[in-house]
Design a protein around this ligand. Structure first.
Ligand code: FAD
Length: 317
């Protein structure tokens, strides 16, 4: 079922979460043991992130430079299918532009359709670590809006190499990323919103936000979106703190601010256990305020650890 249908049918705020594929070599048991504790809160859908390849360079004795690719967390599509089979819950695989030609994207979408997956989160992806800026494949997409264009064309029956229009039945619901504190490459929030609007005009159905710790940023973002004519559901993404080091790691990875009061409280914690407790309390307060605001769904970033998300959900769902 589509995420937009889940939202339309909901009688109260929905609970959902995002997981990462396990590191290569780990098994599905570990993944399921992270999902199991969250199932009693009846998530209508679970997101699974996509992790693109990294380049590894090795200089041989003869001086030749070998360039290899490696992926630390493969398996997004398989995990989505496994979750849908095991838990009978919809999944949202993240699909990125980086590393994909248009044909590879088309094939990935065909796989998802055959596996009974109705939703995708369409993203550009970040640049690989060894590159300064995002470089698409020669025949790939530069921006998420172009990827959305391809998904919509396929929903309408058009494939890359055929003039004929098919009736193969794909009808993906398309989610996109939104940034209450602006995307880090955007010169300002207004121009970022212009491109967000383009993603909706191209056919995206809903927005999921980057994590934020100050609800005012989300409220302002929603108001700005509405005033720019962006009227699709905007699902807030929340991340309960789990460690003290996240005080520095989260801002540097996700280009977000931690409010002074929260940062101060976490800094003064003697250990990670105490920091996680502060994180849970903060996320509960944020969630309560967002529910009162009328958000359609609260979406939690578990980042491979469900314990704190469970503690938050226990108080709300
Ligand atoms: P876009 O919407 O394409 O925007 C990228 C930048 O280009 C923005 O600064 C935008 O303002 C600008 N822009 C857009 N269109 C144009 C245009 N036509 N002309 C000029 N400028 C333009 N990454 C992963 O690799 N895997 C994941 O699973 C993943 N999941 C995510 C989930 C969520 C909810 C979020 C918020 C992010 C996720 N990311 C993931 C990170 C995301 O891929 C990066 O933030 C990436 O840098 C931007 O992706 P985007 O889809 O927002 O890009």
């Amino acid at each position: 079922m589509k995420i937009t249908e889940h939202i339309q049918n909901a009688t109260s705020t929905l609970f959902s979460f995002e997981i990462l594929p396990p590191l290569k070599g780990e098994n599905m048991k570990a993944l399921f043991s992270n999902i199991d504790p969250l199932m009693e809160f009846k998530p209508p859908f679970i997101d699974v992130t996509y992790h693109r390849e990294e380049y590894v360079y090795k200089t041989h004795e003869n001086g030749l430079l070998e360039k290899r690719t490696t992926r630390k967390r493969p398996g997004t599509v398989g995990i989505c299918a496994a979750i849908q089979n095991h838990y009978k819950v919809d999944t949202v695989p993240h699909l990125i532009c980086g590393g994909f030609t248009k044909e590879e994207t088309e094939n990935a979408l065909i796989d998802l359709h055959f596996l009974g997956i109705d939703n995708v989160l369409a993203l550009r992806g970040d640049c690989v670590k060894s590159e300064q800026r995002f470089i698409p494949e020669a025949d790939g997409h530069h921006y998420a809006s172009e990827l959305i264009g391809q998904i919509v064309e396929m929903n309408n029956g058009s494939y890359l190499d055929k003039e004929q229009v098919y009736n193969s039945g794909t009808d993906f619901c398309i989610g996109v990323a939104g940034y209450p504190e602006k995307h880090f490459e955007a010169p300002n929030l207004k121009s970022d919103l212009r491109w967000l609007k383009k993603k909706i005009e191209m056919g995206a159905d809903y927005i999921v936000t980057q994590m934020f710790f100050d609800n005012r940023k989300y409220f302002d973002f929603v108001n700005l979106c509405r005033s720019e004519g962006i009227n699709v559901p905007i699902i807030p993404g929340l991340k309960p703190f789990t460690t003290k080091t996240q005080l520095n790691v989260l801002p540097s990875l996700f280009h977000i601010e931690i409010p002074y009061d929260l940062a101060d409280a976490v800094e003064n914690c003697r250990d990670n256990k105490a920091a996680a407790q502060i994180g849970v309390e903060w996320a509960i307060q944020q969630s309560k305020e967002l529910i009162a605001f009328g958000v359609p769904c609260l979406h939690y970033y578990s980042m491979g650890k469900s314990e704190t998300v469970r503690k938050v959900a226990e108080q709300l769902f």
